[in-house]
Design a binder for this molecule. Sequence first.
Ligand SMILES: [Zn+2]
Length: 415
Amino acid sequence: MRKERLWAGLLGLERAVVESVEIDDGEQVVVAVRPHHRERDRCGVCGRRAPGFDLGEGRRRWRALDLGTTVAYLEADAPRVKCPEHGVVVCAVPWARHGSRFTRAFEQQVAWLAVNTSGSAVAELMRTSWRSVGAICERVAAEAGCEADLLAGLRRIGIDEISHRKGQRYLTVVVDHDTGRLVWAAPGRDKATVEAFFDALGEKRAKRLKLVSCDMAGWIEAVLAKRCPKAKRCVDPFHVIQLATEALDKVRREVWNEARRAGQTDAARQLKGARFCLWKNPENLTERQQSKLADIERLNRPLYRAYLLKEQLRQIYRLGPNVAIRLLEDWLAWARRSRLPPFIKLARTITDQRQGIVAAIRHGLSNARVEAINTQIRLIARRAFGFHSAEALISLAMLKLGGLCPPLPGRVTVT
Ligand SMILES: [Zn+2]
């Protein structure tokens, strides 16, 4: 094997020729390369051949994977072409993505590590900044997203919103109920964001959607009615129960304030501490919390009634559809006569949303997968702190939860 071929092999270079190898200051290996003849004069954006324009800004370097313990760079000319579509752009090179200072293999490995290890491990191992990791994830996910069509064959999806940072920054995410994969995400939570999803999906595929689960937000409903009127809208059980928990908490605060105003300091203190035993599912209560609940039953009827209302609503979702739908009617009647304003209001909301709530019960659309994805995105968001944009966070989420993570360089994908 000739020396140049050996170097090309070591660097995983394809469609390129090694011209020379130097060790700079004894600290870094710099490998001069050029694209194969067939790969030259191509637009960096679209990859099509285009007439040459100029020599650009001369020689350029790309960080490559370390060679053993030594940092390595590829170095080459970076001439420009004039693409009929994209104007004057730097030529494409086979070893790197357009606009990147890293080689393809380097980026592949960073993306894989970002998905599979801790943030600080990636940055330290790859001798790069966490911010650069974000930008790399963006490029790798964008390319993988073009190659794999995540929106193909969708039948049952869940649309949800996640606040990913304090200060009300939201993402709208779309999850495939059948595979549990994250298939789409974008910053924002409004009609325009949901419209953007349907634009990406296309009319034909929107028509094939059977079930769409979401919360009760009017902005999602309006777009669904317009873009996929035949799909059944299912109101996420999680969001319904969440509203009941909030109503219960309102009742608790009201009776607490009343007790405080009436100078019943003991009762007020008891109620304040009761928050967790009211929130928790009864099967998870500790012995102490159980006895606290018994106290509430004895001392505070309205609050205990509110607790039972919340619990019964939760139980409805554990029953078969026929019993559940009948019980939902009973529940509504009970809530309306409960003399608890937050639950009377909730009964009104549920009545308005009945169609979607019943559809969710009938089709047994479990939101477990959407919730699992949301939990994961929140974890990723915490890690992605320091990325420069929401797009970088979304890219990391798509790599990890959308199945877009590339294999490590030089290995075959196992799916
Ligand atoms: Zn082009």
